[in-house]
Design a protein around this ligand. Structure first.
Ligand SMILES: Cc1cc2nc3c(=O)[nH]c(=O)nc-3n(C[C@H](O)[C@H](O)[C@H](O)COP(=O)(O)O)c2cc1C
Length: 419
């Protein structure tokens, strides 16, 4: 076990001759690796000619002074059709065997993923056609042994009999109802910001739609208004411009989220951090709460509505928006958009979507003690589709919209405390 745990990737080497005997032992260890059907279709090329090393490093762009290289090729032309994976697995095990024995003999290795152009490496080393380089290993005497980069907890990645999904690791995999706010706060605090908004909520794909939904909102001067979990300042800025006398505040779920939103704001606004749980906002202190679009991405919307009820003044108003897609067709479209944004953005940037429709939202609002004042509907003008099916879909959507307001894309509720 020590040979495994004490092996490190070595990135700097010293100039010292490499013993042929040791090198041979390492190559032998590679050759003793298991291989699919014991086909042993690997080929090892030891590169110690300084001129070839220079050319190799100009391909990999990873100069590693005083190292020689071992390139592990696999003859995929001789593999059975469809067994590329088997070939790659076999070559990878050979590489690991080689690196472990190198370590046990006091040598250092560095596997290189950034091959940049495997074909160029093949050409440089005169590999036969179809024999692919799988691994390139820098090999030499270590200049220094780095401290071990940590491994995550084993229990997180070991499953028994089936996958047991950890919410924090696969946030989009699970139904939104399974989350509670503390967990969201924890998740949000841990995520890395990759530009754009941080994301338990959605990506910016629907922001234009959101923008259109702002028109019916009215905020009085001197009102204290709280934006809940904003995922973009792009809908706060226009409201701030329209209602400059309103005292606006934001509630975010993490420092990072707050930081990002504040960087987008035209004027700085007070930002509370930590969701309802940790921000300690005072009851009955807001004239307006705005949950624009992100509502359907919130865990336990029932709890959120109870918190909103608590924070609102007796005469306060709640604006809450959501997809109004009662129609299965529109719902499907929403989900397609979501799928698009999922493929375009890091996985955690799009949160779970509640399977809510406006009727259910009305019911939840009533259960939380609200009465609905008005409902507004917003439609998005989509580009003219290129396909016949697309055109047909759009025609049906237009017809549905004419027949029933609930078939529009987005719904904005204006609600008050019932009692
Ligand atoms: C397939 C693969 C490719 C790698 N590519 C590189 C690389 O291009 N450059 C590099 O410095 N390290 C590379 N590494 C080394 C990893 O960064 C290293 O294994 C990891 O950080 C863990 O550190 P350890 O090997 O010391 O335990 C690679 C490792 C593997 C398995």
């Amino acid at each position: 076990m020590q040979v495994i745990t004490k092996r490190r990737t070595i990135r700097s080497f010293v100039s010292k001759p490499i013993e042929e005997k040791a090198l041979r032992k390492c190559l032998e260890a590679g050759h003793w690796a298991p291989s699919a059907c014991n086909r042993q279709l690997w080929e090892f090329v030891v590169v110690d000619d300084p001129q070839i090393i220079r050319k190799l490093e100009s391909i990999t762009q990873q100069p590693t002074p005083h190292a020689i290289y071992i390139a592990i090729f696999y003859d995929l032309t001789k593999e059975l059709p469809g067994s590329r994976l088997g070939g790659v697995q076999s070559a990878a095990i050979a590489a690991q065997n080689l690196m472990l024995v190198a370590h046990s003999l006091g040598y250092g290795t560095k596997m290189i993923a950034g091959l940049n152009s495997p074909e160029s490496i093949g050409r440089l080393l005169k590999a036969p056609k179809g024999v692919e380089v799988i691994s390139l290993i820098a090999f030499g005497h270590p200049a220094q042994i780095p401290s071990p980069p940590s491994r995550g907890p084993l229990h997180e990645i070991v499953h028994r009999n089936r996958f047991h999904i950890d919410k924090m690791r696969y946030p989009n995999h699970l139904d939104a109802y399974l989350w509670d706010e503390d967990e969201v706060v924890r998740l949000q605090s841990g995520v890395v910001r990759h530009g754009g908004h941080i994301g338990f909520f959605r990506s910016s794909v629907e922001e234009d739609l959101l923008h259109e939904s702002l028109a019916p909102i009215r905020l009085e001067s001197q009102w204290r208004a709280l934006f809940l979990f904003p995922h973009s300042a792009r809908y706060i800025n226009p409201l701030e411009e329209r209602f400059p006398q309103t005292k606006m505040e934001l509630l975010c779920q993490s420092e990072d989220n707050g930081y990002y939103i504040s960087s987008e704001l035209k004027h700085s606004l007070p930002i509370h951090v930590g969701g309802f749980t940790q921000s300690g906002l005072t009851a009955s202190s807001y004239d307006a709460l705005l949950l624009l679009d992100s509502g359907i991405h919130l865990p336990r919307l029932d709890k959120t509505l109870a918190e909103i009820y608590r924070l609102l003044k007796a005469e306060g108003v709640l604006y809450i928006s959501m997809p109004s897609s009662k129609s299965p067709l529109l719902l499907k479209l929403w989900r397609e958009r979501l799928a698009v944004s999922l493929t375009r953005t890091p996985y955690w940037r799009v949160g779970p979507i509640h399977p809510l429709n406006p009727k259910e939202m009305s019911k939840m609002l009533a259960e939380a003690g609200f009465k609905i004042g008005e409902k507004y509907f917003v439609s998005v003008e989509r580009d003219e589709p290129q396909t016949i099916m697309g055109k047909l879909k759009l025609a049906v959507i237009k017809l549905l919209r004419r027949m029933n307001p609930a078939y529009h894309d987005l719904m904005l509720f204006k609600a008050f405390k019932a009692k």
